[in-house]
Design a protein around this ligand. Structure first.
Ligand SMILES: Cc1ncc(COP(=O)(O)O)c(C=O)c1O
Length: 377
């Protein structure tokens, strides 16, 4: 057999090992997806588009309608995007990969705030770039500016910001985003701003885009998607926008690979971004789940977690149980029938487990009861 890419063996598969569907009856705090149905108007739009025969090739970057709708949506955060510089890709993940393919060369270093969502690490390695994991502050999971500055070398080319954050639930303060933007400007770095959880905030400080700061405009790629806020994980739709020159490169990446997302889904993307009721209902449900989940977690011996400020994850310190996170996750599944993701699948996540409240309140109550009984027993 011929040899394969020697780099591929270094690339991890994120949480995959701990996400496999467990036996029936297991409470799953593992999966990072909302349990809501995609809003009906969005589904209807896709059905109608198919009935209307919208199934041929179309504009590679996305139809004008959906690109306009993204540019319009981003204005709520003060992000000024020219619709010509918006591209719709098969998921936020793909947009991130295009950003990296466009801006980075093999050997370039990229700062991640650790523990970071593991796909960043995998994608960077796929293209031969080097992830540099800079630990966040353990008490609140916010970035440590001194550590960030210290991690920058002559090879550093970009910083990835993800706020609201998976897996930590942190929402960075506007002053922190401003400082990160200043650090990027001082060192002439790209900022890849993964804003996929932007509307899911429970704290009094909202999502801030680095592109809204003077220094950030020309170096920020704003990357998001429909998966989380509109409960559209399986639709595989994301966006990316940034300075025109970079977007030309991003367009090349898509034209040379996926071509575009399915034609009959593009109208649905625009419909989703125009909705108010459903995203608000989802946010209210998450707000309640987060309140209940965090208060129940606090009652469990040996587990501690800062209150999440956004997204739909609690990142809990389980060192008080005397177990490491892999043992905790393995035994929680076997002995308590609760599936969680161990933090050490991510550099800097040792001693932590990620609990997702993409699931129902009933499941949250049941899972916490099981964990409590297990640890007390
Ligand atoms: C931080 C972050 N970015 C991107 C994604 C993936 O988004 P998409 O489904 O649009 O590819 C996820 C999914 O878990 C995520 O947590």
């Amino acid at each position: 057999m011929p040899s394969i890419n020697s780099n591929i063996g270094n690339v991890g598969r994120g949480f995959a090992a701990f996400l496999s569907p467990p036996p029936e009856g297991v409470v799953r705090f593992s999966v990072g997806q909302p349990n809501f149905r995609t809003p009906e108007a969005v589904v209807d739009s896709a059905k109608n588009a198919l009935d209307a025969g919208e199934h041929g090739y179309t504009r590679s970057q996305g139809t004008e309608e959906v690109c306009n709708s993204v540019a319009n949506y981003l204005t709520k955060y003060g992000i000024k995007a020219d619709p010509n510089d918006v591209l719709i890709s098969p998921g936020c993940k793909q947009s991130l990969l295009y950003a990296m393919m466009t801006c980075l060369n093999p050997g370039d270093e990229v700062i991640l705030f650790a523990p970071a969502w593991p796909s960043y690490d995998g994608m960077l390695k796929l293209i031969g770039a080097v992830p540099i994991h800079v630990p966040v502050k353990r008490e609140n999971y916010h970035p440590d500016m001194d550590a960030t500055r210290a991690a920058i070398t002559s090879k550093t080319k970009a910083i990835i910001i993800n706020s609201p954050n998976n897996p930590t639930g942190a929402v960075y303060l506007s002053s922190e985003v401003e400082e990160l933007t200043a650090i990027a400007a001082e060192n002439d770095l790209w900022i890849f701003d993964d804003m996929i959880y932007s509307d899911l905030v429970y704290s009094d400080h909202l999502y801030t885009s680095p592109a809204t700061f003077e220094d950030g405009k020309e170096r920020t790629l704003t990357i998001g998607g429909w998966s989380k806020i509109w409960a559209m994980t399986g639709w595989r739709m994301g966006w990316i926008t940034g300075p025109s020159q970079v977007m030309e490169g991003v367009k090349t990446c898509q034209a040379s690979s996926a071509s575009h997302v399915p034609t009959f889904l593009m109208g649905s993307g625009a419909v989703a971004l125009g909705l108010e009721k459903e995203p608000q209902e989802f946010l209210e449900a998450f707000t309640e789940r987060r309140r209940v989940f965090h208060s129940l977690i606090e009652e469990i011996p040996g587990i501690n977690a800062p209150k999440p400020e956004g997204a739909f994850y609690i990142l809990a310190d389980i060192t008080g149980t005397g177990m490491d996170d892999i043992e905790f996750a393995t035994r929680a599944l076997e002995e308590a029938q609760v599936q969680v993701v161990p933090g050490s699948l991510m550099p800097g996540g040792e001693g932590l487990v990620r609990l997702s409240y993409g699931t129902s309140l009933d499941q949250i109550r049941e899972g916490c009861k099981r964990l409590k009984n297990w640890l007390q027993g």
